[in-house]
Design a protein around this ligand. Structure first.
Ligand code: MN
Length: 333
């Protein structure tokens, strides 16, 4: 799992242990285990948010761990052309290479620690696939795709890309020097990452050596989600055990803690977690397939727009529901 690594974590800025007089460590509200599935033309994924209420995830919608998989020559797979409207897709690739092309002539290539932050906004058609040379050679592939919701006022934003290179990511160390913290977007303890977001949020990839503890401030107005991509350890104030493929939803507080077990599996010597949270948008969600809108009518309009007035079915992508899924927070307009 290369992503971005450093030879000597101890030279990085340290995250000070949160002050005991004002800290409220978040407790675990729930643990779920991601089911395995297949995406696009058949690459393996773990559906990290499966079974979790959209209100707990807000402002996020969906998260797939892509791989980790070692492809044989000729085997690497991507997605066919498909549309999106009303949100952002964030693709973080730790191993391997992915190419994006879209209907506006945009796109790019990401690999080994790069992130592509794509605002679908008003609407886009795109394809995500490994480059031809990688299809021929095969090789390791491991990454994430996160769907970030947009508030009603920004769902019609023009499409845009941010290509965040591995070397631009903010790097920090835990207080004990045993964890490497990569800040992709938002901030941790005053250290900002490069990603620009429409609503306030933070996205972090942390690698913890055996027995390392990562305790860090986490804004009280954010939700807090910890997904274990590899290894095992504990999460939360009550040190709930977690292992590869599990998501912890944390409760209220202004700090969170993750710790790595002394003994790790030989296939992953470290505990690797994605830590994410943001200020909830708290608007109704109407989600079907590749469209995430506020109302059923807007989803139907998206489909009509996509199919240019013809009847048809919603493309099945990313394990997203093909029937309308709706969520209305209490008090939402
Ligand atoms: Mn897509």
């Amino acid at each position: 799992m290369p992503a971005i690594t450093v030879d000597d974590i101890t030279v990085l800025p340290r995250i000070a242990t949160p002050d005991v007089t004002s800290v409220r460590q978040r407790a675990v509200r729930g643990i779920t285990t991601a089911p395995r599935g297949f995406e696009g033309d058949g690459f393996p994924v773990r559906r990290a948010f499966n079974g979790v209420d959209l209100m707990e995830l807000d402002p996020f919608i969906h998260l797939d761990q892509m791989g980790e998989v070692e492809y044989a020559p000729g085997e690497p797979k991507g997605t066919p052309w498909h549309p999106h409207r009303g949100f952002e897709t964030v693709t973080y690739l730790m191993d391997g290479t992915f190419e994006h092309s879209d209907s506006n002539g945009g796109g790019g290539v990401i690999s080994n620690g790069d992130t592509q932050w794509m605002t679908a906004g008003a609407g886009i058609l795109h394809i995500e696939k490994p480059p031809e040379a990688l299809v021929v050679s095969g090789g390791l592939f491991h990454g994430f795709q996160l769907w970030v919701n947009l508030p009603k006022a920004q769902k019609w934003s023009p499409p845009r890309y941010q290509d965040i290179r591995a070397g631009e990511v903010g790097l920090l160390a835990s207080a004990d020097g045993g964890a490497l913290v990569r800040v992709i977007a938002g901030e941790v303890a005053g250290h900002a990452g490069p990603g620009s977001t429409y609503t306030p949020m933070s996205l972090v990839h942390a690698t913890l050596s055996p027995e390392a503890t990562l305790s860090m401030p986490w804004r009280a107005d954010y939700n807090a989600l910890v997904y274990v991509m590899a290894g095992s350890g504990t999460v939360g104030s009550e040190q709930i055990p977690v292992t590869m493929g599990q998501l912890a939803v944390l409760g209220p507080g202004n700090a969170l803690t993750v710790a790595a077990s002394l003994t790790q599996e030989s296939r992953s010597p470290t505990l690797d977690v994605l830590i994410l949270g943001g200020h909830p948008i708290r608007e109704p969600v109407a989600w079907a397939g590749p469209f995430v809108m506020n109302t059923r009518e807007e989803v139907m309009q998206a489909l009509t727009d996509y199919e240019a007035g013809k009847l048809g079915s919603i493309p099945a992508v990313h394990g997203a529901p093909t029937t309308l899924t709706e969520s209305t927070p209490p008090g939402a307009a």
